[in-house]
Ligand binder design. Structure first.
Ligand SMILES: Cc1ncc(COP(=O)(O)O)c(C=O)c1O
Length: 441
C-alpha cells in the first residue's frame, strides 16, 4: 500500500485529520474499554498446555541417579546443582552439556541477581576480583552496559545493586558492537553487559554469529573482571519449526579463553508455569563452583520434585510443546502486526519489529511521542507498558519506544486495543507535526 507520508500533508489536511481522529477517540472513550497490552506473561490456555505436570510423578519420586527428590540432599552434586535429568533439560534449552549447568528454583532472575551480587561482594574470579573493591579504590561506581531498548528487570537488579548503567543501541543483529568495544576500552569500570541473545526483549532480534563472537571476546578487551550476562530467556520460543539457530557463546568463549566470564541463563517460566518452573545457570566449571559455594550458604537445595516433574514432562517433546505454544500465540502477534501494517505503514511516523518468536513487539514512534501516546491510550482504557520502561532509570532519551506484549489478552481484545493504539500514534504524530509547522520560523 502506498500512502502519503503524514509530513507531506498540507496544514488544512492535517487539521482535518486531527479532528477526525479526535472524534473517533471520543467515541471510543465512551465505550468503557478496559484493555491491557502490558503483560509479558503466558495466557491461561498456554498454562493449560502444562497441566500434565500435575500428577506426572504418580508416586515415583526417584531421580535417575537414585536421589529421593522428596528429601534434603541427594547423590553427588545433585543437591545444589540439580538432578541430572533437570540439568539435561537445561542443556537442551541452552545448548550445553548437563555438567555445564546448575538447575535451580523457579526464577532465572534470582540466579542473575545472585551472580551480580557475588561479582560485587565476593568476586567471581577470586577475592581480588571483587567489583566493589575496585569501585572503592578508584572512587568510580561499577557500570554495566545495557543494550536499549531492553528488559526493565535487568535494570532493576543494577539499580538495586548500585551499578550504573550505560545505554548501548540495539541493531537488528544485536547490540552495536563498535559502540561497545569503544566504551569498554575507554572505561575500565564497565564490568559487564546484559544480553538477551534470542528474541530479545523487546525488539525480538537474534544476535548474529559475529555479534556472539565479539561479545564472547569482550572480557579480553575490557578492563579486569568483565562479565557477560547471557539471558537466553527465549531460547526455544520460536513461532516456526525448526528452531532458529543461535551461535553458542560458551564454545566461542572457550576458543578465545574467556569462558570463565560468561554466565548463561534460561528458565521454563514461559515453557510451563511462569510462577512455578525451573531456572538454569550455564557456565564454566570454575564459575559454577563459585556460585555453588554461594548456594551452599543459602539453601539445602532447590525443589527437586519440581525438577523431576519438569524433566519427565518435557522429555523428548520440548520442541512439540513449544510449537503448541506457538500455535496459540502466533495469531496474536499477527493481529498486532496487521494493525500496525494497515494503520501506520507508509505514514513515516513509526517503525516496528516483526519478531519470529519471543514475547514482544517493539514500536518506535517519532521522537518525543511515546509518553503522549501511552497517556492518550490510557484515557481510552488501554494500558500500555509505561513509556521509558525499556530503558535504564525509566528514561528513554528520545521518548519514542513502546513495548507491546500480545500473549496474555485474547485476539478480540488485541484487535480492539490495537485500534486504539494506532489511533493514538496517528493523533499524537499529527498534533506534533501541526505544532512543528506552527513553531517553524
Ligand atoms: C529477558 C527476560 N529474562 C528473564 C525473564 C524472567 O525470567 P524468570 O521468570 O526465569 O525469572 C523475563 C520475563 O519476562 C525476560 O523477558
Amino acid at each position: 500500500m502506498t500512502r502519503t507520508r503524514l509530513e507531506e500533508h498540507s496544514a488544512t489536511e492535517l487539521e482535518s485529520l486531527r479532528d477526525q481522529l479526535n472524534a473517533r477517540l471520543d467515541q471510543l472513550r465512551g465505550a468503557g474499554l478496559s484493555l491491557d497490552l502490558t503483560r509479558g506473561k503466558p495466557a491461561p490456555d498456554q498454562l493449560d498446555l502444562s497441566n500434565g505436570l500435575d500428577g506426572i510423578l504418580a508416586g515415583d519420586f526417584v531421580a535417575s541417579d537414585g536421589t529421593d527428590t522428596r528429601n534434603y540432599g541427594g547423590r553427588s552434586g545433585t543437591a545444589l546443582r540439580g538432578i541430572p535429568e533437570a540439568r539435561a533439560l537445561g542443556g537442551e534449552i541452552l545448548d550445553l552439556e548437563p555438567d555445564q549447568l546448575i538447575a535451580g528454583g523457579n526464577s532465572s532472575l534470582n540466579l542473575m541477581y545472585l551472580v551480580i551480587e557475588t561479582a560485587l561482594r565476593e568476586g567471581l574470579w577470586g577475592p581480588d576480583s571483587r567489583w566493589s573493591d575496585e569501585a572503592a579504590r578508584s572512587g568510580t561506581p561499577v557500570r554495566m552496559l545495557a543494550p536499549v531498548p531492553g528488559y526493565d528487570r535487568h535494570f532493576t537488579i543494577c539499580q538495586h545493586a548500585g551499578i550504573e548503567m550505560v545505554n548501548v543501541p540495539m541493531t537488528d543483529s544485536g547490540p552495536d558492537i563498535q559502540a561497545i568495544e569503544l566504551l569498554v576500552t575507554e572505561d575500565p569500570m564497565i564490568k559487564g553487559i546484559w544480553c538477551v541473545p534470542k528474541y530479545s526483549n523487546p525488539t525480538g532480534c537474534i544476535y548474529s554469529e559475529p555479534t556472539v563472537e565479539a561479545i564472547a571476546g569482550l572480557p579480553n578487551r575490557a578492563g579486569n573482571n568483565f562479565l557477560v550476562i547471557w539471558d537466553n530467556a527465549y531460547a526455544v520460543h520460536d513461532f516456526e519449526s525448526p528452531r532458529a539457530p543461535l551461535a553458542n557463546i560458551l564454545a566461542s568463549a572457550q576458543v578465545q579463553g574467556t569462558e570463565a566470564h560468561i554466565a548463561m541463563f534460561a528458565s521454563t517460566s514461559k515453557i510451563t508455569f511462569a510462577g512455578a518452573g525451573l531456572s538454569f545457570l550455564g557456565a564454566s566449571e570454575a564459575l559454577l563452583l563459585v556460585i555453588e559455594e554461594q548456594l551452599r550458604a543459602m539453601t539445602v537445595g532447590h525443589d527437586k520434585v519440581n525438577q523431576l516433574r519438569h524433566a519427565r514432562f518435557l522429555h523428548g517433546r520440548l520442541e512439540a510443546h513449544m510449537q503448541a505454544h506457538a500455535n496459540l500465540i502466533r495469531g496474536k502477534f499477527d493481529a498486532v502486526l496487521d494493525h500496525l501494517d494497515q494503520e501506520l505503514s507508509g505514514l513515516g511516523i513509526a517503525r516496528w519489529t516483526r519478531p519470529r518468536g519471543g514475547y514482544f513487539v517493539s514500536v518506535d514512534t517519532r521522537p518525543g511521542l511515546a509518553r503522549r501516546i501511552v497517556a492518550l491510550a490510557a484515557e481510552v482504557g488501554v494500558a500500555l507498558t509505561p513509556a521509558g520502561a525499556t530503558f535504564p532509570y525509566g528514561r528513554d532519551p528520545e521518548d519514542r519506544n513502546i513495548r507491546i506484549a500480545p500473549t496474555f489478552p485474547d485476539t478480540l481484545e488485541i484487535e480492539a486495543a490495537m485500534e486504539v493504539f494506532t489511533l493514538c500514534v496517528r493523533l499524537a504524530a499529527t498534533e506534533q507535526i501541526i505544532d512543528e509547522r506552527r513553531s517553524a520560523p
